[in-house]
Design a binder for this molecule. Structure first.
Ligand code: MSP
Length: 627
């Protein structure tokens, strides 16, 4: 079995978990669960970074021992990770005994090698980020990372000969273009290496909470030197040779964009100095902001993920576990992984209502209620529709490709293509018209259930709790995305609507819409006559790549052909559109949708549950005017 070792950064304990920091653990968990699904032997480590100067200060303020402080704070993090389904293999703490041994050993080795030497550091230090800073790096005299105050320090420190590794690092980057991802982070770090590296301080004398330098106990090993080594300890370095040889090097270090230099420069140089293989890849994700503002504890602009999930569960009337899954879904779906994201209640609600309540929830509810209506809730002895299977397998492979490249949001888009397809499958097959054709009815319902199972299994890395509930009710606890695994005859649990729409939002939106409609109510004939409405014949239709909703149509207006783009992919398959005569607005200003210029707009009738293109009652030739 191929192994996959994934890590998150380890978290400082001076802050409580917020949505931003938890988002990294969630992303790592999505990848870990996805890799398990694909048959990898996954080791997933996360944990807490405890030896910070700030901790010593905080504990002193509270009048408690720093160790007591970190024990308490670390268990808060671990508790939240457990609640959020973070499926770590090891929750490492830098105060763990085996880790402290690793840090001492590693420091000693580099010292013996001549790569660590005693010198004097004079410059700035940011306690919050535990970072040494040069004059030129300060922004308005403050830390460029957190914007907080910096201290001027002058003390004897041990230094690591980072400069010695500049050439080697440069060459390594040249030969390993995927070492740091996404590509713009690779370029950024490579440029820093090429602009010259200085030796870095790796010990502090002015505080004690941490690992002492083994041969000079007046010094405490610098928190970053200590923290980076967690990646080795977690998989048994020095303590379990077989395990270490199996999992090291790490396949993926997942980190935020603020700590690329420690991971992309200092860490590989430390490993080179010791003589260990380097991690295969480092992926730096972006930052979550809150309603457009930087998340910051000092300004109170943070969201506590547990409280948020609890409150949302009450609002949506769903379980807390389902609500946690909604949050996991939103964080994964809302941004292209690697870029910054803006956490906004408005988009949160609309994602919930459209993707989860309308698309996925409806599919499930409609299918299960038909199963009850026609088969008393028992999975019928039907056959899988090869056409549906073909479409879904195709989208599934695209989902695999995206997930393999950590393009998590695109992966979800392909899953939603399957959801859209299955919703449309119900519209097209109209099971309610097949009551007398039991064989066909069984095939349709069975195909829907199998399709739902495939989608749910593929969704399980992102929404593990909801997936588990659905799969259990379908009678399969197994995470198997192959076809034909459902037990025929199994009675499916009648679940309450999985994601009920949030009415509160609907009421608000309806009010707004109604006001607008009133304003528009009376128009003159001339207003209507300004619209050039025509009959158009669809000559060709294809899905717009990477879009869930859009279809590109080539239409004929009799004397000319045009391209129009319509948001109908959730309701129609391209194949069934060709040949249809529809109504379009001819004189609408062209506009670009996903890079394609749409020259006009098609008309459709729609409400919350139904959708139909406007077609003709009798055949009329294309290009004819509508008046
Ligand atoms: N302890 C160091 C990491 C040592 S790893 C050997 C540290 N800790 S941290 O608690 O400040 O940050 C932990 C991770 O959370 C980092 O990868 C950081 O980028 C990430 N995030 C912190 N705030 C974040 C957001 N607002 N959004 C997304 N990720 C965020 O740095």
């Amino acid at each position: 079995m191929e192994k996959f070792y994934i890590t998150t950064a380890i978290y400082y304990l001076n802050d409580k978990p917020h949505i931003g920091s938890v988002s990294e653990a969630i992303a790592a968990d999505v990848i870990a669960r996805y890799k398990r699904l694909r048959g990898f032997d996954v080791f997933f480590s996360t944990g807490t970074d405890e030896h910070a100067q700030k901790i010593e200060e905080r504990a002193r303020k509270e009048g408690i021992d720093p160790q007591e402080f970190v024990d308490r704070a670390s268990s808060v993090w671990r508790g939240i990770f457990d609640d959020f389904g973070i499926s770590y293999s090891r929750f490492i703490r830098t105060s763990d005994k085996d880790h402290i041994e690793v840090v001492k050993h590693f420091f000693q080795k580099l010292y013996e090698k001549g790569d660590i030497y005693l010198g004097t550091y004079e410059g700035w230090y940011c306690v919050r980020d535990a970072t040494f800073l040069k004059d030129s790096e300060l922004v308005d005299g403050k830390c460029p990372i957190c914007g907080g105050p910096v201290q001027k320090i002058k003390e004897d420190n041990y230094f690591f000969k980072l400069s010695k590794y500049q050439q080697k690092l440069s060459k390594y980057y040249e030969e390993h273009k995927n070492f740091m991802q996404p590509p713009h982070r690779y370029n950024e770090v490579k440029n820093v290496i090429e602009s010259g590296l200085q030796d870095v301080s790796v010990s502090r004398k002015s505080f004690k909470f941490g690992v002492p330098v083994p041969f000079d106990e007046k010094h405490t090993i610098y928190v970053w030197f200590d923290a980076l080594l967690n990646y080795l300890t977690a998989v048994g370095f020095l303590h379990d040779e077989a395990m270490f040889n199996k999992y090291w090097p790490a396949d993926l270090h997942l980190i935020g964009k603020d700590i690329t230099r420690f991971h992309g420069i200092v860490w590989p140089a430390m490993l080179m100095s010791y003589g260990l293989p380097l991690p295969k890849a480092i992926f730096a994700h972006g930052f979550w902001n809150l309603e457009g503002q930087k998340m910051s504890k000092s300004t109170g602009n943070v969201v506590n993920p547990s409280e948020f999930a609890k409150n949302f569960s009450k609002l949506a009337k769903i379980s807390e576990k389902a609500s946690i899954d909604v949050l996991r879904y939103y964080l994964t779906r809302e941004v292209t992984f690697g870029q910054d994201g803006n956490f906004k209640m408005e988009t949160y609600l609309s994602r919930y209502n459209s993707d989860l309540a309308n698309d996925f929830g409806n599919l499930l509810n409609r299918t299960v209620s038909m199963l009850y209506k026609y088969f008393n809730g028992e999975i019928p002895n039907g056959e899988i529709d090869p056409e549906a299977k073909g479409f879904i397998e195709n989208e599934k492979n695209k989902y695999f490709d995206e997930m393999d490249n950590y393009a998590l949001s695109y992966g979800l888009e392909y899953l939603w293509n399957i959801v859209g397809y299955l919703n449309n499958y119900i519209q097209v097959k109209k099971p309610w018209t097949l009551k007398t054709d039991r064989k066909n009815l069984a095939n349709v319902i069975y195909t829907l259930l199998e399709g739902i199972k495939v989608v749910t299994v593929l969704l399980s890395p992102i929404m593990p709790f909801v997936a588990d509930t659905i799969l259990k009710s379908l009678g399969t606890a197994e995470l198997n995305s192959n076809w034909g695994t459902l037990g025929k005859g199994h009675k499916v649990d009648k679940l309450p609507p999985i994601f009920p729409r949030i009415e509160k939002e609907k009421i608000n939106l309806t009010t707004k819409k109604e006001e607008k409609e009133e304003e528009k109510e009376m128009i003159e004939y001339d207003d209507f006559a300004r619209l050039d409405l025509r009959v158009a014949k669809i000559i060709a239709a294809e899905r717009v790549p990477k879009s869930r909703k859009l279809i590109k149509l080539t239409i004929s207006l009799g004397d000319e052909e045009r391209t129009i783009v319509g948001g109908i992919a959730l309701h129609y398959n391209p194949d069934e559109l060709v040949g249809k005569k529809i109504i379009v607005i001819k004189n609408l200003k062209p506009r670009k949708l996903m890079g394609i210029t749409s020259q006009g707009m098609l008309l459709a009738a729609t409400n919350e549950n139904e959708f139909s293109l406007l077609t003709l009652d009798r055949d009329v030739k294309e290009g004819s005017k509508i008046s």
